[in-house]
Design a protein around this ligand. Structure first.
Ligand code: ATP
Length: 292
């Protein structure tokens, strides 16, 4: 059952919106006579109920651990009979991508609800929460988090469908969300070879993942060498339907290697077939270039 990734600035109202979603979904579940729906459980995950302090965002190391805690909780709770509301800033697009892959591997729909409260309003809510002791981040940390925030982009697969909720709106589009995720308006992600285990050993798989992505990176590098000063361009990878659409500025090798490492770490547990690795890596590169 679906994964709802909440995303928004600090103190933007993510918990406020999550509670509205939870309440509406709980009513729908209680009122349903469909056995498939009435057994759904809702899991609301946020820093508070995962035992994470706001200070974790003050250092890269503790923030990484906090993300790992959230990610394990999502993996644990995302089952065929549950709805998971991941009420956290979820501001790193790489993390949203990983959770999208997780939902896909579980053959369940996912979406992003962007709590679109503007930074100024969040600043005001944050100050108020600090003053009345109900929450809030220290000013430096708050500003830093706003600065680092990577806004969801509904054009990328991992941020879609994207529902943006303006501060003034009474509620998120509750019925639309329900219909989209549970009511069958959009079917669960079709299983494809990304979710079907290929008959290779793990060692082979990691080798293939490394080799296949490395070959593609080399292909991009040599294309750029052969086309100096050219802006954009398309590269066809043998056996892959989609072409690589290069961005306007040439890509440096360190940047390409970084993307390759990210892709490997996101997909090392999937066990995809060789052809599927090529397809997915090309899609991943295109999505990243487009979202940049
Ligand atoms: N759209 C809104 N209308 C009215 N009040 C709101 C709205 N959005 C947020 N608030 C209020 O602002 C305060 C902060 O909201 P909330 O705690 O939900 O933010 P948050 O994004 O979950 O914060 P954190 O980043 O600490 O997790 C709360 O008192 C909440 O009731």
């Amino acid at each position: 059952m679906p994964l709802i990734l909440i995303s928004g600035f600090p103190s933007s109202g993510k918990t406020y919106r999550s509670e509205q979603l939870k309440e509406y979904f709980a009513q729908k579940i209680a009122a349903s006579e469909d056995a498939r729906i009435s057994k759904i459980k809702i899991h609301h995950l946020n820093d508070q109920n995962l035992g994470l302090d706001r200070d974790v965002y003050g250092a890269a190391r503790s923030e990484k651990d906090a993300r790992a805690t959230l990610s394990s909780a999502i993996k644990r709770d995302l089952t065929a009979t549950s709805i998971v509301i991941a009420d956290s800033m979820n501001y790193i697009k790489g993390f949203r991508y990983q959770m999208f892959c997780e939902a896909k591997a579980q053959r369940t729909p996912s979406c992003v609800v962007h709590v679109g409260t503007p930074a100024d309003k969040c600043r005001e809510l944050n100050k108020k929460a600090l003053a009345d002791g109900t929450g809030g981040y220290q000013t430096d940390l708050f500003e830093n988090l706003v600065f680092r925030y990577e806004e969801p982009n509904g054009m990328t697969r991992w941020d879609s469908p994207l529902f943006t909720v303006p501060y003034e709106d009474e509620t998120p589009p509750l019925e639309e969300l329900w219909e989209t995720l549970v009511g069958g308006k959009v079917k669960a992600v079709k299983p494809n070879s990304a979710t079907i285990l290929a008959p290779v050993t793990e060692q082979n798989y990691l080798y293939e993942l490394d080799k296949t992505t490395s070959d593609i990176v080399s292909q991009i590098s040599s294309w750029q060498k052969d086309h100096p000063g050219e802006s954009g361009g398309e590269i066809t990878v043998p056996g892959v339907e989609n072409v690589i659409e290069l961005p306007a500025n040439p890509l440096g090798l360190p940047q390409l290697q970084r993307l390759r490492r990210q892709f490997i770490s996101m997909n090392r547990t999937h066990n995809l077939s060789k052809d599927r690795i090529k397809d997915l890596f090309v899609d991943y590169l295109n999505d990243t270039f487009q979202a940049a």
